[in-house]
Design a protein around this ligand. Structure first.
Ligand code: FES
Ligand code: FES
Length: 164
């Protein structure tokens, strides 16, 4: 099958590569670009481990072909931490408040939480639970994930107020 030319901006860097049109975005990221933060946790588009930010929306990257993302801006967990490797407030909050155990769901969970806090900077616990409903965690029971996201929201809002 003939290849298609794919151009994306991934974590702020433009990439251009030929790809089989049947390539899923998750495989393109992991196998062609060596961006392995987004994980593959299911074959059924249920787990959310592969979540990335695509043009300002949370997307399960196993559910779209790379050609459908052509021209898009993609942010993965690697692009959420600072360029110098410093952790994002959300990552610090997950670490501090035990929002992870095995860590398999964590890149997708934090990438989803990152977008959730832009959609709703001051969510209630119920809104956080609804917001991460597409991301499964087999370890934590979610309590500490919700807590970590709430704490991160409070910290981001305080920083925003201090800057105003
Ligand atoms: S790998 Fe499970 S939803 Fe994408
Ligand atoms: S921390 Fe293990 S699946 Fe979420």
């Amino acid at each position: 099958m003939s290849k298609i030319n794919v151009k994306l901006t991934v974590n702020g860097t433009e990439v251009e590569k030929l790809a089989d049109p049947r390539t899923l975005l998750i495989h393109f990221l992991r196998e062609e670009l060596d961006i392995t933060g987004p994980h593959i946790g299911c074959d059924t588009s249920h787990c959310g481990a592969c979540t990335v930010d695509l043009d300002g929306k949370s997307v399960k990257s196993c559910t779209i072909f790379v050609g459908q993302a052509n021209g898009a801006e993609v942010t993965t967990i690697e692009g959420i931490s600072g360029a110098d490797g410093s952790l994002h407030v959300l990552q610090e909050a997950f670490r501090e408040h035990h929002g992870l155990q095995c860590g398999f769901c964590t890149p997708g969970m934090i990438t989803r939480a990152y977008r959730l806090l832009q959609e709703n900077p001051d969510p209630t616990d119920e809104e956080i639970r609804f917001g991460i409903a597409g991301n499964l965690c087999r370890c934590t029971g979610y309590q500490n994930i919700v807590k970590a996201i709430r704490v991160a929201a409070e910290q981001l809002n305080s920083a925003q107020e201090a800057a105003e």
